[in-house]
Ligand binder design. Structure first.
Ligand code: URA
Length: 257
């Protein structure tokens, strides 16, 4: 009885989150076919299996050691000069799903936590609409220090920080990565193709280092961009991208009626 009640409550919360995310009648009356190719997971690239996965309890310690011992004291690029805090990223070290943004903004620099400002509020709604809690996913950025005036990270800043992100991915081993916006998508997929063309279609992270790569990537619009162009069209596209991710992860897609 109480398990059924908990399940109903969780489903109701998820429906409310979707309504909040999209506003209005965006929940399909029945499951709609998704406008994404349903390709079989690509074969793991050579070398991917060579690095053994860490035990779940080791992951958290490995992430903390990297944050405390390296990222918090990092001086690899000029961004360290203007920062108040590094922003390592946070979430479940065993997350099946990872979100990657571009870099900390003012709120993140002040708190040391990723996506806590206005864009973060929208990201939280997106995650809730998927039926997940923020703590169940892992949220990180391409660079760990705030670029001045919220500009996109420069190539040398991305390069300096790249190894941290790759090691985070190697430790966490998410099944799916959602890239948020152009800088993140360009870096993760090693492409210059724009987000408007890439979003909604499954991509695969290239094999970049031993044991890292071959991961399914869903590019979507950055929440800050969606806030700027807060139209049903943009919100609907993001929701469609998230549904594709839910489908890939086997998460239940809510339907009305
Ligand atoms: N935008 C990002 O890309 N990352 C954050 O952490 C916050 C805003």
């Amino acid at each position: 009885m109480s398990q059924a009640y908990d399940e109903l409550t969780r489903a109701a919360r998820q429906l409310i989150a979707i309504e909040q995310l999209l506003g209005g009648d965006f929940i399909p009356a029945k499951r709609q076919p998704l406008d994404v190719p349903d390709f079989a997971a690509a074969a793991a690239p050579a070398g991917a299996a060579e690095v053994p996965a860490m035990a779940p309890e080791e992951k958290s310690a490995a992430l903390k050691a990297m944050d405390d011992g390296e990222v918090k004291v990092c001086t690899r690029c000029g961004l360290c000069q203007g920062r108040h805090n590094t922003v390592f990223g946070e979430g479940d070290p065993n997350a099946r799903l990872m979100f990657i943004g571009e870099g900390p903004g003012q709120d993140e620099d002040a708190t040391g936590r990723p996506f806590v400002g206005k864009a973060g509020e929208l990201l939280a709604k997106m995650i809730a609409a998927m039926g997940l809690a923020r703590e169940q996913v892992f949220i990180a950025n391409i660079v760990k220090c705030r670029p001045p005036n919220n500009r996109a990270p420069l190539p040398d800043e991305t390069a300096a920080c790249w190894d941290y992100l790759m090691r985070q991915i190697r430790i966490i081993r998410p099944e799916v990565i959602v890239t948020l916006g152009n800088p993140s998508t360009h870096a993760m997929l090693n492409t210059r193709v724009g987000i408007t063309r890439l979003r909604g279609s499954w991509q695969i992270m290239p094999q970049l280092a031993d044991g890292v790569g071959g991961i399914d990537v869903m590019p979507t619009f950055h929440p800050a961009y969606v806030l700027r162009y807060y139209t049903p069209d943009f919100r609907g596209k993001v929701w469609s991208d998230l549904q594709a991710v839910m489908q890939r992860l086997g998460l239940p897609l809510p339907t009305k009626g």
